[in-house]
Design a protein around this ligand. Sequence first.
Ligand code: FAD
Length: 569
Amino acid sequence: DRSLLSKILVIGTVSGGSAVAFSDSRPFQRIYGDSGEGEFKKKKVVVLGTGWAGTTFLKNLKSNSFEVQVVSPRNYFAFTPLLPSVTNGTVEARSIVEPTRNIVRKKGMDIQFKEAECYKIDAEKKKIYCRTTEDRTCGGKEEFALDYDILVIAMGAQPNTFNTPGVVEHAHFLKEVEHAQRIRRSVIDCFERASLPNLSDEERKKILHFVVVGGGPTGVEFAAALHDFVIDDLSKLYPSLKEFTRITLLEAGDHILNMFDKRITASAEEKFKRDGIDLKTGSMVVKLSDKEISTKDRATGQISSIPYGMVVWSTGIGTRPVIMDFMKQIGQANRRVLATDEWLRVEGCESVYALGDCATINQRKVMEDISAIFSKADKNNTGKLNVKDLKEVVKDICERYPQVEIYLNKKQLKNINVLLKNAEEDPKKASMEFDIEKFKKALSEVDSQMKHLPATAQVAAQEGAYLANCFNRMEQCEKNPEGPLRFRGAGRHRFHPFRYKHFGQFAPLGGEEAAAQLELPFDWISVGRGSQWLWYSVYASKQISWRTRFLVISDWRRRFMFGRDSSRI
Ligand code: FAD
């Protein structure tokens, strides 16, 4: 009974203090249906998107209790971390994609694929509306609607232009496979154009001025890949044009790769300087015309314009219109991305999950819940907790909010663990009382550091695998409603909340060098050739299939042996 359920949810939120996530203790069970005669009928699951989140979800789904429909305008999965390598021909576009139909066929499950884009989600009617995309070559426009019992939104995001005039019209993006292919063609095109007769040196300089906007990992990796292409291959084929070629990297902040350790940032900036890549930090692009790019110096406010041949825009991601429309429907209009709880359920609607770049776990709610846990433990409202109670509270918080634990181990809150341990071991300290407000303050500092999970393939893939594992256990939960002992009791959730494990990050810097920042039992930082080989091993091992693994490794070998192909096809 849905109305009864929603009442329970509301009561839980108002009186329970610990909000929906805890009061509604069996969300996955709720949506696993009963035909009315004790027989389970298959629930209709619609998955939107075949990127990192959607594909990992499908790959890990083992339960046959669902009728799954997958909708995506791309009928393949693309290994996005290798897109910069496609722009210079180190790997071929087809080597990094795997057809979705191949992936689902191997599973032998009840999964149907539909190549279309979803343009509207109606959460009330539990319906999605889809249409074929305009880039279809076989023509024909079709529209259809699908009903769902459970919706999994994994639609990713789109490039963010910050409404900068001229960007959509004149810049290249690097988000999809077609973008990478277009960039590759465009670079070669610039070289061919610049080698035509009757051009002045000024014109050649302009045509061969490549501008990359955005000093994040993608912008940096692309600039490095372009530099490699120019130095290793194009300068041999167009020797007279080498002196006219220039690569500029524009970054609005003070440094590039600012999500990496400072040592990596410094090494990358130094390497780019050595390589002759013109790095302009503190430089904000304000306008793009077909000939010039206008930038504003953040320090002086001065506006200057530089002529360019090609611009690649890589300044982060924004929300897709269909998601924004859906957010308005469910009362999330004031947010940037879809907010979910720790179990990846979209807040404000039923049976809808969101993962990957299009969603984020709502940290504000997490903090409210953490406050509520403290208040509950402080039964007499004294504002203080003894060691035993405090230890329970910290344990409870860490169990429910793993993100807190990530920081608890590392940052300021490490002190809390030490403090509790000391208090436990020292009988004098065991009777100490702790000020709740102090702890709340420490936790709110952690909250501001937690921010959102990064929009990376690593997060998206882990979320996809987590959700599939929950779905795999839904049937078991239904058959054994009591569940394992450790999950019994009021306020306990049947599944662990999503727990993100950060393994580290890479940034290839060109010239067979990469920066690596890995989370081993200790923080490991390295820049150089060794890291580049580690990068090769990790990206080969992370391929989605043996077929793409074989193709990618063959492409790397081909490049080592014969160089990159510069045909403009
Ligand atoms: P995506 O992988 O973008 O997938 C979205 C899916 O939704 C696609 O299949 C798309 O076709 C589909 N879709 C779009 N619109 C609709 C619609 N209307 N209806 C239905 N389906 C729709 N991350 C890392 O961790 N490490 C890296 O090294 C790294 N390198 C990167 C390099 C580049 C060049 C780029 C662009 C990204 C990189 N990332 C990296 C980030 C990573 O690719 C994203 O975080 C990841 O793709 C997010 O996964 P997702 O499933 O949310 O979205």
